[in-house]
Each structure stands twice: as C-alpha cells, then as structure tokens.
Design a binder for this molecule. Sequence first.
Ligand code: IPE
Ligand code: IPE
Ligand code: MG
Length: 242
Amino acid sequence: MNFPKHIAIIMDGNGRWASKRSLPRIVGHQQGVKAVRTVVKACGAMCVQTLTLFAFSSENKNRSSDEVTLLFKLFLTALKQEVKKLNKHNVRLKIIGDLSLFPKNVQKTAIEAQAQLANNTGLTLVIAANYGGQWDIAQAAKQTAEAAIKGDISPEDITIEGFSKYLSLANEPAVDLLIRSSGELRISNFLLWDVAYSEFYFTDTLWPDFDEAELNKAIESFNHRDRRFGARKETQCYYQES
Ligand code: IPE
Ligand code: IPE
Ligand code: MG
C-alpha cells in the first residue's frame, strides 16, 4: 500500500448528521471532533507526514452568531483537551488561517498549543481555522510585495517556488490526497494553490460517521490512481517500417 505523504480533508456534514437525529447542530460538531481524533490516530499509525483539516472556513463566520460562538468554544475546549494526548503521540501542531477573528483566549490557547508541540517529530497536524484559499494567496502576495519594497527580493525571484514560500503550507509536502465528506462536490475555498496536482476523493459519508474504514477506502482509491503530472509513460511503438 502506498500511503499519501499529505492528506487534506474538508470535514463536512456535521449539521446534517445532527438534523437527521433532530439534534442541535452543535451536537454534530461535537461528534465531528470524535472523528478528528480517530483520523489523527490512524494517520499517525500510517506514518502520513501531514494531515490538514478544514475546521472553519473564512466564509463560516457568516453563519448565525450562536453557531459561530459555539464553534469557537468547541475549538477552545478541543485544543485544551487534546494537547496532552497529541504530545504523547509526538504530533506537531500548526494552525493556519486568519486567527485575528477569534476571541483573545482562543488565540492565546492556539499559540500555546503550537509552541508546546513544536518540537515533536511525528505527524504534522495542520488545522485550517478562518482559512480561505483565496485569503492564503492574497496574504502571500502581500508578503511578497513587502519583501520587494524592502529590497529583499526582486521581480525575478517571484517564481512558483519563490512565491509558494509565503503560503501557509510552505514547509509541508505537496497535498497528495484531498478528501471531502458529505457528498458535496466542491472545494469551498479550501486549499487552492496547494491542490494543483492532488487526487480528489468524495464520499457521501457525513463527517461524524467518518472512521478508519472510510479513511482506508480513500487511501485504497488513491492507490488506484495513475498520477501522471502532465507527463506520459513511454509507450512502445508497434509501427514498423516495411
Ligand atoms: C462542517 O459541517 C463543519 C463546519 C463547516 C464548521 P457543516 O456545519 O457544514 O455541516 P452541514 O454541511 O450543514 O451538514
Ligand atoms: C466547508 O464546508 C468548510 C468546512 C468544512 C470547515 P461548508 O459547509 O462551509 O461549505 P459549503 O457552504 O457547503 O460550500
Ligand atoms: Mg457544510
């Protein structure tokens, strides 16, 4: 089995999972955290290098203020609760996105959790919070312009490699496999630059029901993909001159 080095997941369907059971949406989000635990553990065991999880998009702030507040609270509780366990499993944590939207206590906990896990050498867990692929490209362009104004770089340095150094996933391997749960067939402003050559896997399973078996199905599908990256394998030529 060929394991992807970097898996990214759009964890969608928490609300529908709850509605199907006539429960408040937040219960779906709470169950979603359990699925995160399962997937982090499984990826660690498979020696996946990086797992990037879409937890809150830059557009999710447009939901009801009740849901947004509850999601911030859940993020805070989960961060506090999980740090010890993540540390025990040698997981490094990286949070990407515009955290300035988050309450101060969430920002503080996020900084502390990342610092506490910074020297770990196992799985890198990236949490995308108030993240948008368009935001990421715009903030990288801003940093590039600032570096050019300071004279640290010249226009010739603005190459694909040079520019990507300013993106949030700069130091991570390329995203091999992008998974989206809940049957939606769109990217919803998640990673844009970084999925240039990722393999996509969509499942109808709602995120709280996503488990190790579902992850294995996605990896199995990944193993049957012919990744050509625009090139072609040399084919034998059967034409013979007479
Ligand atoms: C994904 O589940 C979690 C977040 C976006 C925070 P949703 O809340 O989008 O669930 P559905 O799509 O309404 O079922
Ligand atoms: C994408 O799901 C964001 C996350 C999973 C965090 P959404 O539920 O917000 O996406 P749309 O609105 O269906 O595109
Ligand atoms: Mg959704």
